[in-house]
Write a protein that binds this ligand. Structure first.
Ligand code: PHB
Length: 380
């Protein structure tokens, strides 16, 4: 088996990389191209503190080339769902330290995803019952997930121009806390209809100040946040996640190609460790339309991480011939802590159970079996 992996990692006769070819990412050498995508699991405890179970959950998945944590709030204002973790309090830092230690003990690498939900929240989740904040006072369609069940979204409060430095400071503070919690790097969540994406796309940004209007302005807050995070971490341990076509959370843009080619070029010029792209138009990937990967990867010019409904075959093709350096897997990582080993062996995958994706206990979280643990008595 060891020889098989070694041969595979050379990319076989083609000389092209495959999923098991090591790759440099900033100062790190990742042993494979298989990434655990950021996954909201809603199991944090009181005070939005990661639970003991989270330590075990991430430890189990440490053979990934790289782990992204679930989206993690930069501030109390950044909260949009029950039981999601933060990285703004001392208790949160202590809990995340246990996670990073566990992953490092197993030889893995873990980046924290920095998150502010903007308008995808509800007064019942906000400090003092305040309105959620956003670039513009445009209500998303649908319902917020609250402790009292689903409740209609409200129209958010448009941020004043003078408040933007305070938002940037939330990211700076959270980035510093992520560093002290022992993470290997951070990803800035600018995808899927949350705050920074709300600024980028013109369907949710109708501002007339320096943060709205042309893409140069709509990109400005992401540039300032990225620079603030780079000031803490260095450019080679910071990446950004974008979702140019994803309509989730009532998102739209009149010129997605121009908007996101600009963002990719500008982020590339900042020398980031990677660009991570949700390539699909919906979170479930049911619509076959996708981002033009070759173009956005070229515009960025650095390490490109693809995400969106990949299986092993499509991932292998994207890495060998499709211009992607790494592939982030979501649902397969929920159900297969040893996804790398299963791909190496072409072993069958466990099936994820959607009933336990969001919230609950260890069931559907830390109890998916690894190959070695499943029915080991039968194997004898
Ligand atoms: C979610 O909680 O549904 C969620 C969170 C972050 C994302 C996407 C979905 O990027």
């Amino acid at each position: 088996m060891t020889n098989q992996v070694a041969n595979d990692s050379l990319g076989g006769a083609s000389g092209r990389p495959n999923l098991f070819t090591p790759i440099a990412l900033g100062p790190y050498t990742l042993p494979n191209r298989i990434v655990m995508a950021p996954l909201t699991r809603n199991r944090a405890g009181a005070g939005n503190v990661p639970s003991d179970l989270a330590v075990e959950y991430y430890r189990q998945r440490a053979s990934a080339g790289l782990i992204f944590t679930e989206a993690t709030q930069v501030s109390p204002q950044g909260v949009g769902y029950p039981n999601t973790p933060g990285i703004h309090s001392a208790a949160q830092v202590d809990a995340w330290r246990r996670v990073t230690d566990a992953v490092h003990d197993e030889g893995g690498r873990i980046f924290l995803q920095l998150w502010h939900v903007g308008r995808i929240s509800h007064p019942s989740l906000q400090p003092e019952g305040a309105l959620p904040v956003a670039p513009s006072a445009i209500k998303p369609e649908g319902d917020a997930v609250t402790f009292e069940g689903m409740q209609p979204f409200v129209a958010p409060r448009a941020l004043e121009t003078v408040e933007i430095p305070g938002i940037v400071a939330q990211y700076r503070n959270a980035a510093a806390k992520a560093l002290s919690a022992g993470f290997d790097g951070v990803e800035i969540h600018a995808a899927n209809g949350y705050l920074l994406d709300q600024f980028l796309r013109d369907g949710s940004n109708r501002r007339t100040d320096a943060y709205g209007g042309p893409i140069e302005n709509r990109f400005r807050i992401l540039r300032e946040v990225t620079q603030a995070v780079i000031d803490i971490w260095g450019q080679d341990r910071v990446g950004v996640r974008l979702s140019p076509l994803n309509r989730f959370n009532s998102m739209s843009d009149s010129q997605p190609e121009a908007t996101f080619r600009y963002a990719a070029r500008e982020l590339g010029a900042m020398g980031l460790a990677f660009l991570h792209v949700v390539e699909t138009t919906t979170l479930d990937g049911s619509d076959p339309r996708r981002v033009d990967r070759a173009q956005i990867a070229k515009d960025f010019g650095g390490v490109y991480i693809a995400n969106g409904g990949y299986d092993k075959a499509r991932a292998s093709e994207a890495v060998a011939n499709g211009g992607s350096d790494l592939i982030a897997f979501g649902k397969p990582y929920i159900a297969n802590p040893d996804l790398v080993e299963r791909f190496v062996k072409d072993a069958p995958l466990n099936t994820p159970d959607p009933a336990t994706f969001y919230g609950g206990d260890h069931r559907g979280y830390t109890d998916y079996p690894s190959l070695g643990s499943a029915k080991s008595s039968d194997a004898a």
